[in-house]
Design a protein around this ligand. Structure first.
Ligand SMILES: [Zn+2]
Length: 467
């Protein structure tokens, strides 16, 4: 017992140090350096290729202007500085999904650098905003897609394990975003990923769908001693790669933090490597030891002239950035004071927030009911036009009053049945009106509009009494 307590007391404590690399496929019509269609998801393999994206000798790449603008747009949305003079580099490595033997990317002069993003407070005990540094946002081309599968032998022999290559994805415009290792909590990584996805959708540059692979998150994870200086990074890092959902990424990060803690407590240093996630076994596993920049032998691509961006061009791109989700969330909080979950749901989807704003502008006094029906009942799906939803809310909130005819006949009956009371009114006892209203409501089974009854009743009484 004593021994255990002593061990726990002496145990070192560690803080996670996590940085992210995010790849976002841009939804441009054509690929990054050729005219092939960029929309490759679910298409018949190798039907969208040409000499450029197949990496055939002598083919010349021509950069996609819109893709560059969209990359800059994302950088500006993340508060980055923009390189007015930039270029493309060749990143060399050998892999079957890379026919040229190099990937066209950016190295020394990315389009965007030194940005930041302020994460809102989280439910994991952090109640202030947290700054995440954005190291760079650069442009590159996607690789082909490998498919490891088993092929049946048509002549009935043994089936064969094969790796197939689909070049439809080869050369699709890809933005790579690198953060500083500023994350200290797993929840923040997930929040950032989702925020980034929403931002990409607000900017209209990508669907950023993890399941479809148009957004891919890689996390660099290590641990530092809690008491150590924040600026001194650990002497190793493990890269988590090829994880295609937030759920798996969360599990992989949790597993990795535990695995590394155990190694460090034993006095070992975890190896610098790339690890994947095995969902069946719920473990991360080693894929390869990590290359360093030196291994890639970067150099400027001689086939592509440097890219120059003018102040006017940058200004124009900036003017196309809409109100971003985090700004919108702050404004909703200030203007409407909705609960946090309302704001999150409304803001997460650009169309939903636009629908809400149109509806709230039509009937500002109903803003809260509109938000509630959209969040809790998804009524915006039933009423494609905001005006339709407003009509529904007005119907729901209005009591279904009796018609004028019914009210008139009820009043007449009450007057006829209560000659004594009417007489009192004629004699100047105005207070009896209340009794007569009550009797009328009784006849109308409570469905009368009190104001209307009162007005009509007084009119009738005056007529009756000849006043
Ligand atoms: Zn092509």
């Amino acid at each position: 017992m004593n021994k255990t307590r002593k061990m726990i007391k002496n145990q070192k404590k560690y803080t996670p140090v996590i940085g992210l690399e995010v790849h976002i496929e841009l939804s441009t019509k054509s690929k990054m350096f050729c005219g092939c269609p960029a929309d490759h998801f679910g298409k018949k393999p190798n039907t969208q290729t040409c000499p450029v994206c197949l990496g055939l000798p002598g083919a010349l790449p021509v950069p996609n202007e819109l893709a560059i603008q969209n990359c800059v747009k994302l950088g500006l949305a993340l508060d980055c500085k923009i390189n007015k003079w930039s270029n493309f580099d060749r990143k060399h490595y050998f892999y079957p999904d890379l026919p040229k033997g190099y990937q066209i990317s950016q190295y020394e002069d990315p389009f965007c650098y030194e940005g930041q993003y302020l994460l809102p407070s989280n439910t994991d005990g952090r109640d202030t905003e947290k700054r995440i540094g954005i190291t760079r946002v650069h442009m590159e081309e996607d690789t082909a897609k490998l498919q490891h599968t088993t092929l049946n032998n048509p002549s009935g022999g043994e089936s064969k394990k094969v790796s197939l290559v689909d070049f439809n994805r080869s050369g699709v415009a890809l933005v790579e975003l690198v953060t500083e290792p500023d994350f200290e909590q797993i929840e923040d990584v997930l929040i950032f990923g989702k925020e980034l996805q929403t931002i990409a959708r607000y900017l209209g540059i990508s669907e950023a769908d993890m399941e479809k692979g148009s957004m891919r998150l890689e996390a660099n994870i290590s641990l530092r001693e809690e008491s150590s200086d924040k600026k001194t990074l650990p002497n190793y890092k493990v890269e988590l790669k090829n994880i295609n959902s937030y759920r798996f990424l969360k599990k992989a990060m949790q597993y990795e933090l535990e695995r590394q803690t155990k190694l460090l407590l034993k006095g070992e240093v975890p190896s610098q490597e790339t690890r994947g996630w095995d969902e069946a076994k719920s473990v991360t596993f080693s894929q390869r030891s990590k290359e360093t920049a030196k291994d890639y032998r970067y150099f400027p691509d001689p086939d592509i002239p440097p890219i120059e961006l003018t102040d006017d061009q940058i200004k124009k791109i900036k003017s196309q950035i809409p109100e971003l989700p985090s700004q919108k969330a702050k404004r909703y909080k200030k203007e409407f004071d909705f609960p946090k979950n309302y704001i999150e749901i409304l803001v997460q989807d650009k169309q939903k927030s636009q629908y809400f704003e149109t509806a709230a502008a039509l009937k500002p006094e109903l803003a809260k009911q509109i938000a509630s029906l959209m969040v809790n009942k998804n009524l915006d799906k039933d009423y494609p036009e905001p005006a339709g939803l407003i009509k529904k809310i007005v119907q729901l909130t209005k009591v279904d009053y009796s018609s004028t005819d019914d009210t008139t006949s009820a009043i007449e009956e009450v007057i006829k049945n209560n000659p004594d009371v009417v007489k009192k009114y004629d004699e100047g006892q105005g207070s009896v009106v209340g009794y007569l209203i009550g009797q009328t409501q009784k006849l109308l089974k409570g469905k009368g509009d009190p104001k209307k009854i009162s007005d009509m009743l007084i009119k009738k009484l005056q007529k009756w009494g000849g006043k």
